[in-house]
Design a protein around this ligand. Structure first.
Ligand code: DQA
Length: 145
């Protein structure tokens, strides 16, 4: 099974971006980790990051067409993008929502809502980058691999 790990805006600066919140693992390190976690689970993992909402929408639309499972950290778009809501609604394979921090525990009220959650089979938040491993484990179990 191929799995897409899709990361939204500002996650390309992981490791340098507010490390007190998001930790010291870079996006490159995260991509390596996801690929090797996937390997152990028998999953082919492709990791992508974009700061451009339309690009993420194209990736989600392709995942809908190909019935590909998705691990999605839509970052700030999580909280307000109805286009992401609509794209997630079209997915038929397993969708897992991941956040490195726990948005619901953070002080900014805008983080307390998610357009992804209504479509997600599982939400993993506040586990740091290990949340991605947990998401891949869930997909491996859910897709019977
Ligand atoms: C995030 C949480 C979001 O609120 C924030 O906008 C991000 C990252 C997380 O992984 O903790 O960019 O999705």
């Amino acid at each position: 099974t191929t799995v897409l790990v899709l990361n939204g805006p500002n996650l390309g600066r992981l490791g340098r971006r507010q490390p007190e919140i998001y930790g010291h693992t870079t996006h490159g390190d995260l991509a390596d980790l996801c690929r090797s976690w996937g390997e152990q689970l028998g999953l082919e993992v492709e990791v992508r990051q974009t700061n451009h909402e339309g690009e993420l929408l194209d990736w989600l639309n392709d995942a809908a067409d190909t019935e590909t499972p998705v691990v999605l950290n839509a970052a700030a778009w999580t909280h307000y993008s109805y286009a992401i809501f609509d794209a997630c609604a079209q997915l038929t394979a397993t969708l897992v929502e991941v956040h490195i921090s726990d948005p619901e525990q953070r002080p900014e009220v805008f983080r307390h809502t998610s357009v992804v959650t209504p479509h997600a089979a599982k939400v993993i938040a506040g586990q740091g980058v290990d949340g991605y491993r947990q998401a891949l484990e869930f997909i491996a179990a859910d897709t019977g691999d």
